[in-house]
Design a protein around this ligand. Structure first.
Ligand SMILES: [Fe+2]
Length: 475
């Protein structure tokens, strides 16, 4: 069965997915033609021109197009069913064989970028990507397209390693804590027991070693383009909770309890069946009830574990409750979560939205902060959100940003009172230092900023060793 080029709705309008489907097909076609014909061949040029027009037409309707291939089906901006392996023909198979499951095109993508993209996708067939995919795109001048591999979140499934995964520059203590977390979750999923002494060692490691590293913190805060499973999420939430806890001056004993609870808050997910955790799209009522059971299941499990801090089960139970007494589980009208649960919720939501989800791109830190601000008051404790956002800033230390004059830079210093205009070190396409520090908060004679930070850029973590930029500032 072949889909018409522009499938229509019963009312005659083109289906919303028609443009993206044509783009996907166009990319597949140009890729193959580039591999078959010499440079500049009229057939290549003609198809490239059509592809470029289709992309431009789509980008006039929306600022970005996101095409994902999930379980053999093409999903456009989160809606599935646009095309599948049977109807989509070669292009889906080709992309999956290359390990590309998601293509995002943003405003500004031009003709030559599309040519370079098709060429890269052709080359990838014969030369596996060296370094990160992000770096490959950058080297070829492709600045408005992202390729990624989608990974379901909150599963214990081990996803084959994608070059964007942070393997090279991890702080050894952070790497150890991630392994400890994984081992703990695996053991509990296999029916094992949790040992309070292991948890205590873990808490110590995070509080007194990992949290000292600015480079680790920047990795946790920045956009995560890699698989972010429950055990990694838990370590990161623990670190962010610690940051916020220190910021509001919690005493040491409570900080320890907070880190312990944050590490274990999602432990109930060990009991949620994988097919539900991995399920793409909306959950039905039964499935949602199962997922929403994880706080209570976790709390029960933690109550049965001797030696933990008495607050730990309570925080696990309450971490999806809102500050006005809503959320789940239903604990009765007007029951407000413990202040430490409210703190954990802020860190949990921030970490969740900056991580990869099956159907959603990770949000850059500045967008995650805006989301927190929207949730402040009804869902989250407004004072805690304010403190958190002030503590982490929109553009965290070590994050990679793009400036209004189209330069890339690494944030090395926050400007007091002006979180949107940090000091950066410019970097080149290979993410090497490319000049002296730039203070983006300086203004011209008329009082206008000379430069703005336009956006955070997902860090090519293997290439960008933020530690080298921050070494002289490490605590
Ligand atoms: Fe949770």
């Amino acid at each position: 069965m072949t889909l018409p080029a522009h499938p229509s709705t019963p009312f005659g309008d083109p289906a919303p997915s028609a443009g993206p489907v044509a783009i996907l097909r166009g990319i597949g076609t140009v890729r193959r033609l580039i591999g078959l014909y010499p440079h500049g061949h009229p057939l290549v040029e003609e198809r490239l021109r059509v592809l470029h027009e289709t992309v431009q037409a789509q980008l006039r309707r929306q600022s970005a197009v996101s095409i994902d291939i999930i379980q053999g089906e093409v999903t456009v901006d989160g809606a599935s069913g646009a095309l599948d392996l049977e109807t989509g023909g070669q292009v889906i198979e080709d992309l999956l064989a290359l390990g590309v499951q998601s293509i995002q095109l943003g405003e500004g993508v031009d003709h030559e970028e599309l040519r370079a993209l098709a060429q890269l996708l052709w080359d990838m067939q014969y030369h596996p990507v060296e370094g990160t995919v992000g770096a490959q795109l950058a080297v070829r001048g492709i600045r408005h397209v992202r390729l990624s591999r989608l990974v379901p979140l909150d599963t214990r499934q081990v996803v084959p390693e994608w070059p964007d995964a942070p393997s090279g520059v991890l702080d050894p203590d952070y790497a150890e804590s991630i392994m400890m977390s994984k081992a703990t979750f695996d053991e509990i999923a296999a029916g094992g027991e949790l040992r309070a002494s292991t948890v205590r060692d873990f808490v110590q490691l995070l509080m007194y070693k990992v949290s000292r590293s600015n480079a680790v913190l920047s990795q946790i805060l920045a956009v995560k383009n890699y698989d972010n499973q429950t055990w990694l999420h838990s370590v990161n939430v623990a670190m962010l909770s610690l940051l916020l806890g220190r910021q509001i001056g919690l005493r040491e004993e409570l900080l320890g309890a907070l880190v312990e609870a944050a590490l274990l808050h999602d432990i109930g997910k060990s009991h949620v069946p994988l097919d539900i955790l991995r399920k793409p799209g909306t959950l039905d009522d039964r499935e949602r009830r199962v997922v929403e059971g994880h706080p209570a299941q976790g709390a029960e499990f933690l109550l049965r574990t001797p030696g933990l801090h008495p607050l730990t089960p309570r925080l696990a139970l309450e971490h999806h409750r809102t500050v006005r007494g809503g959320g789940y589980p239903n604990l009765g009208d007007g029951v407000i979560p413990h202040p430490m649960s409210q703190l954990l919720s802020v860190a949990d939501i921030y970490e969740a939205v900056t991580g990869v989800r099956t159907y959603r791109k990770p949000a850059p830190p500045e967008q995650a902060c805006l989301l927190l601000a929207r949730l402040a008051g009804d869902t989250l404790n407004a004072a805690l959100v304010k403190t958190f956002v002030n503590a982490i800033t929109f553009f965290p230390l070590g994050s990679l940003v793009r400036t209004s004059d189209e330069r890339l830079g690494v944030v090395v210093r926050i400007t007091e009172g002006d979180l949107l205009h940090p000091v950066i070190v410019p970097v080149n396409d290979r993410f090497e230092r490319a000049g002296d520090e730039i203070d983006t908060s300086t203004r011209d004679g008329r009082g206008a900023y000379r430069l703005h930070i336009v956006e955070s850029v997902p860090p090519p973590v293997e290439t960008l060793d933020v530690g080298t930029f921050l070494a002289d500032r490490a605590a």
